[in-house]
Design a protein around this ligand. Structure first.
Ligand SMILES: NC(=O)c1ccc[n+]([C@@H]2O[C@H](COP(=O)([O-])OP(=O)(O)OC[C@H]3O[C@@H](n4cnc5c(N)ncnc54)[C@H](OP(=O)(O)O)[C@@H]3O)[C@@H](O)[C@H]2O)c1
Length: 283
């Protein structure tokens, strides 16, 4: 198996690596998801924003039809509520639509609030509806994305909280470390999903000599070293690729272990260079 299973605070398990699907064109998504399942991916991260949920579902569905030895419960399907779907009526409507789309998959493994930007009242109203959807069996786990500790505290201190967030999905790479927030989450038993673990591809071409030496030592690509770094930091990386040959490459990270010194060399604690949005200070 090319991944291990991480136990969430819900008691359910999630694969330690997931395929990111942002920016995979709709026309290619079903095929890429199918190919990914063939090489061993079991977890898929999409969002309403990405406009490819139906295609991700179609790829999984087809694979399950063609491979009777793989069970629905072996697969982990994550999607996210976009900002305009966060709120009492908005979230109810969004989940109803997702349930119409889900088809043979029958349930959503993880639903995230994509960002805290909708504001406190709408965040909490949405969470209430999400908790109800879990009770109804529509969704197995619920979580957040791009939340700062104060947004999570708001949830944890809320009198109507029944289900704490299972994950916080945030951007993390050696050039955007976020150790403080990540450790804060892990200490609260909230798993950290690392998005853009490959820096959107921006730092894969040219490496510092010390990084290149580590690649050479293990005979691994930059992408593989970054994915391993993320796993050894205790995160769940979500590398995206729309290139079939890279799907396999990005999973081949089990035959080596970075030393603590190498983790330090790769970590760029003094650099803060996110490739995506930052919403931690949102009111
Ligand atoms: N919650 C949020 O707000 C949020 C924000 C951003 C992302 N995400 C999630 O996290 C996932 C990953 O982030 P991301 O897509 O932004 O960026 P990423 O995974 O850091 O990087 C993807 C880029 O790296 C390239 N790449 C992948 N594997 C490679 C390899 N082995 N060698 C060379 N290049 C490689 C890809 O090219 P090709 O595709 O052309 O192969 C693509 O250009 C997303 O897809 C999404 O699911 C969530």
């Amino acid at each position: 198996m090319s991944y291990r299973l991480v136990t969430l605070n819900s008691g359910n398990k999630i694969p330690s690596i997931g395929l990111g699907t942002y920016n995979i064109p709709g026309s290619k998504t079903t095929q890429i998801v199918y190919e990914a399942l063939k090489v061993g991916y079991k977890s898929f991260d999409t969002a309403v924003l990405y406009g490819n949920e139906e295609e991700v579902i179609a790829g999984i569905s087809q694979f399950l039809k063609d491979n009777k030895d793989v069970k629905r419960s072996d697969i982990f399907y994550t999607t996210k509520l976009w900002n305009n779907q966060v709120g009492k009526n908005e979230t109810t409507k969004a989940i109803n639509k997702m349930m119409e789309q889900i088809g043979d998959l029958e349930y959503i493994d993880m639903l995230l609030i994509h960002s805290p930007l909708p504001g406190k009242q709408r965040r909490l109203d949405a969470w209430k509806i999400m908790q109800e959807a879990v009770a109804q069996g529509k969704i197995k786990n619920i979580g957040v994305s791009n939340y700062g500790p104060q947004h999570i505290e708001e949830l944890l201190n809320w009198s109507e909280l029944k289900i704490p967030p299972a994950v916080n999905q945030i951007e993390i790479s050696p050039w955007c470390m976020r150790d403080e927030i990540a450790n804060w989450c892990l200490n609260k038993n909230i798993q950290v999903e690392a998005y853009a673990p490959l820096t959107h591809g921006q730092r894969l071409q040219k490496q510092e000599p010390e990084f290149a030496q580590i690649m050479k030592k293990y005979n691994k690509t930059a992408a593989q070293i970054l994915i391993k770094w993320s796993l050894q930091k205790g995160y769940i990386p979500l590398p995206k690729t729309a290139t079939p040959s890279r799907l396999k490459e990005n999973l081949e990270v089990n035959d080596f272990e970075l030393t603590p010194e190498e983790i330090n060399i790769i970590s760029q604690e003094d650099v803060h260079d996110p490739t995506d949005w930052e919403t931690f200070d949102a009111p």
